[in-house]
Structure formats: C-alpha cells, structure tokens
Design a protein around this ligand. Structure first.
Ligand code: ADP
Ligand code: TRP
Length: 320
C-alpha cells in the first residue's frame, strides 16, 4: 500500500503539528510504502516574496527526520524536485470543472483572510490532485481541513479516467482523528495563525515560558479546578502515562494545588518526552550534507515513480 502526504514549509513546527501530523506520519511507516513531501510549490500561495522557501524546506526535512522518519523506509522529497507535477496538473485542469473549484472552502477562506484571489490559490486543489496521482497513492492521511481537497482529487481522478480511459488509481482518504486536535495556550486550536503555539524545538526557556503562559481561570489554590476542556490535561495526555494523567485529574478535582504547580509538572512531562527528538535534531542540524543526501535519494526515487505515471498520462491524453 502506498501512503502519501505533504506538509507546507510555512513555519516552525509546534506541538499540534507534531502530535497531529508528524508523529502519526512516522507511525504509518510500518503500514506501507510512504511518500512524504515538502509542499514548497503550494507554500508559494501564501508566503511573501521575501521568504526563503528553500531554507524553510530544508528545515522541515530536518524536523521530519528528527521526528523519526526513516529514509530507508520512506521517500522524503521536495515537491519542486519533480517539476513534472505541473504537467500532470495541466492535464487535470482540463477535466476540472470551475464550479467544483469555486466551491472549495479553503480558497474562499484564504481570500476572506486577505490573500490575493489569484490563479495559484484557485488552482491549489488541482496541483494537490497531481501530487497524489503522480505517486499513485492509495491512502492519503490528512487533517479535517484537507478533506474537501481530497474529495476534489478523487473526483478529478475519476473524471480523467472517464474521459481518457483507466489511468489513475482512486486514492482513499484517511482522516486523522479529531481527538488529535491539540489546543494552544489560549484554548483555541493550536495554530501558527493564532500565535498560541508551543514550538516543538523551542529552546528550554522559551518552551517553559509558553507552558507557564497557558490560560487558566482564577480559581484559588485550595479550590477544585475544572477538568473539562482543560488545556493542561489535553497536553499532558499526549505524553504522560495514563496513570499520571488520572492522578493529575483527580488532584485538580480535589483542589489544594495551584495552576502554577500543574504547569511546572506539565513542562517537565513535555520537555522530558521530547529529549530524544531534540538530540536527534541537533545532530542532524550539524550534518546538513546528510539531510541533503536523504532528500536527493528520495527525489531520485520520487522521480522514477513520477516518470512512469506521467508516461501513462501523456499517452492517455494523446500527446505522446
Ligand atoms: P497551522 O494551523 O499551525 O498553520 P498547518 O495548517 O500548517 O498548521 O498544519 C500542518 C499539519 O499539522 C496539518 O496536517 C494539520 O492537520 C496538523 N495540525 C496543525 N495544527 C494542529 C493541531 N492543533 N492539532 C492537531 N493537528 C494539527
Ligand atoms: N495542502 C496540504 C496542507 O496544507 C499539503 C499538501 C499538498 C498535501 N499536496 C498534498 C497533503 C497532497 C496531502 C496530499 O496541509
């Protein structure tokens, strides 16, 4: 089974990205043949002209490897290393109904947030479809925000097959569990756009400061604390053994400990659990040659797969 997913190189990874996307992606390595790529072409739809996309992409590669991606099991590559994806996107554009693309929430949301209503943003789901079909993905694990794009990909694959004859595999969506949505320090979904993140690889003092800044109510030390919707507990659940979480929960319900105490405990749990990842990241950052080699190897393999599929697509549309 081929599993494929992409991540945009749009900022420093936070705990939400790790527990919601990177860790599940790493775990999937045992379930199939994984293709993970850094969606640098897609990132151009939202990054400014002064962003160093190449440097950001290399950082993401380091982050992903530090999180446990194993290059001998997984093909890790930059989307732009296989520019032929645009050729396939063009073929797909010819079977992509305007109405379908106009209904995409992500386009409408981004324009409402002030991004310019240009063709790149509009055609985003077509390029994403090309990513998926070019590498013959069976399973595409994504978060809830990408579900509609996956439906577009399935629609376009079927439409292409109906128009030009059986060419593409129809990809299945693997929706990551909603429970995995991690709250940020203000209680909303942890997201770069809300400025409420805890950086996965932030230095200790900054990491601690963010944990200590988690918003809580003003219950006095002796009072029982609310456990429903507690950000402290949600974060603790990601890393602490069940027994420790239950103990924390019971102690909050009893009262007698202040929030500051719980935050210090949480900081300890989180920081400790990420020790190995940080060490791995430091080692990788000292060896950029290795990271580049992993990418180049991945890019070679990605290109081989892409070239077979593209040949089929060219024949199907009648251009070759
Ligand atoms: P952000 O919201 O910070 O911009 P992205 O949209 O770049 O994050 O998300 C990258 C990946 O991380 C996506 O697969 C997304 O589903 C996942 N992700 C982001 N934030 C969270 C979160 N708070 N909880 C779980 N998963 C998340
Ligand atoms: N649009 C995805 C996101 O923002 C990234 C992405 C690009 C992707 N191409 C893909 C994800 C193909 C899965 C499959 O998260």
């Amino acid at each position: 089974m081929r599993i494929l997913s992409g991540i945009q190189p749009s900022g420093q990874p936070h705990l939400g990205n790790y527990f919601g996307m990177m860790r599940p992606a790493v775990e999937l390595q045992s379930r199939g043949d994984c293709y993970y790529f850094i969606a640098d072409y897609h990132a151009l739809t939202s990054l400014g002209s002064d962003s160093d996309v190449k440097a950001r992409s290399l950082e993401v590669a380091v982050d992903f490897l530090a999180c446990g991606l194993e290059p001998d099991k997984t093909v890790l590559f930059r989307q732009s290393a296989v520019p032929e994806v645009h050729e396939l996107a063009w073929y797909l554009s010819n079977v992509a109904p305007m109405g379908l693309l106009e209904r995409c929430h992500s386009y409408k949301d981004k324009v409402a947030r002030g991004l310019s209503a240009n063709h790149g943003l509009f055609a985003y789901p077509v390029l994403m479809t090309a990513d998926i079909l070019l590498y013959e993905a069976d399973l595409v694990p994504v978060g809830k925000d990408q579900v509609q794009h996956l439906e577009v990909a399935r629609d376009l694959a079927k439409k292409f097959n109906d128009t030009y004859g059986e060419t593409f595999r129809i990809p299945e969506l693997a929706l990551r569990e909603e429970a995995a949505t991690l709250p940020g320090i203000d209680g909303q979904k942890m997201s770069k756009s809300y400025g409420n993140t805890i950086g996965l690889f932030a230095p200790e003092n900054e990491f601690k400061k963010r944990v200590m800044a988690i918003k809580t109510d003003s219950s006095p030390v002796e009072a029982p604390k609310a456990v429903e919707g507690s950000v402290l507990l949600a974060l603790a659940r990601c890393v602490a053994p069940a027994g420790v979480v239950v103990e924390m929960e019971e102690s909050m319900l009893r009262g007698g400990r202040g929030y500051g105490d719980y935050k210090k405990q949480l900081f300890g749990l989180l920081w400790e659990s990420l020790t190995e990842l940080r060490a791995k990241r430091e080692a990788l950052a000292r060896d950029p040659g290795y990271v580049l080699k992993v990418l180049q190897e991945g890019e070679k393999r990605a290109r081989e797969t892409a070239s077979t599929v593209l040949t089929k697509a060219r024949k199907a549309v009648g251009i070759a």
